[in-house]
Ligand binder design. Sequence first.
Ligand code: AMP
Length: 218
Amino acid sequence: MNIVIFGPPGAGKGTQSDKIVKKYNLFKLSTGDLLRKEINEKSELGIKIQEIVDSGKLVSNEIINRLVEKIVSDKKYKNSIIFDGYPRNLEQVKNLDVLLKENSQKINLVISLKVSLDSIIKRITGRLVCSKCGTIYNEFFNPPVKKQDCCNENTLKRRKDDSADVARNRFQTYTDTTEPIFKYYKKSGLLKEISGENKIDEIFDQITAFIKWIQGWL
Ligand code: AMP
């Protein structure tokens, strides 16, 4: 089963996909995480893309498609990927289709989390991520009280692109370039829309209901 999860920045895509990964033993392919890894490693690519990611604009399709191809063509992950933050525009949608076809796979479910800009700003400016284990907290909604051992003031960091201004930019980019691709997935009957304003577990229950339904077809 391959799943795509959509949502504006701060919609809870990362949180929900982590829960999906755990329950269904999938591999999370987050292009944002892959890019941040390159930036942290200060690789040639990382240096090239840092400014773009920090500004909230999109990195070139060529770079993104190269990163995705490595994973989709790896037999280890065959039919067990959740795509988080990819595809983000029509060219990436088409590229993903070609890649999946070449590797005898397809998308089985597309989830779109809907959240308003007001909620997004609150969520994004409060987000804290543990640099060791990757656990995501929010100082307003999910403060790091009952936390993992490694999460402390040294490891809990804000993402550099998590400011209100960048959040507005990223929301706009999402509305302009990512939302139009829903039409494509709607036509194929794969798209399921869920309110991302609800509690984390309620959203997850809705997602698992859709997955159960899909599994009945596999
Ligand atoms: P995310 O963690 O998914 O919110 O992504 C953080 C940033 O990485 C985005 O604001 C973009 O600059 C870049 N990025 C992530 N995924 C993509 C993608 N599929 N295409 C282009 N840029 C991306």
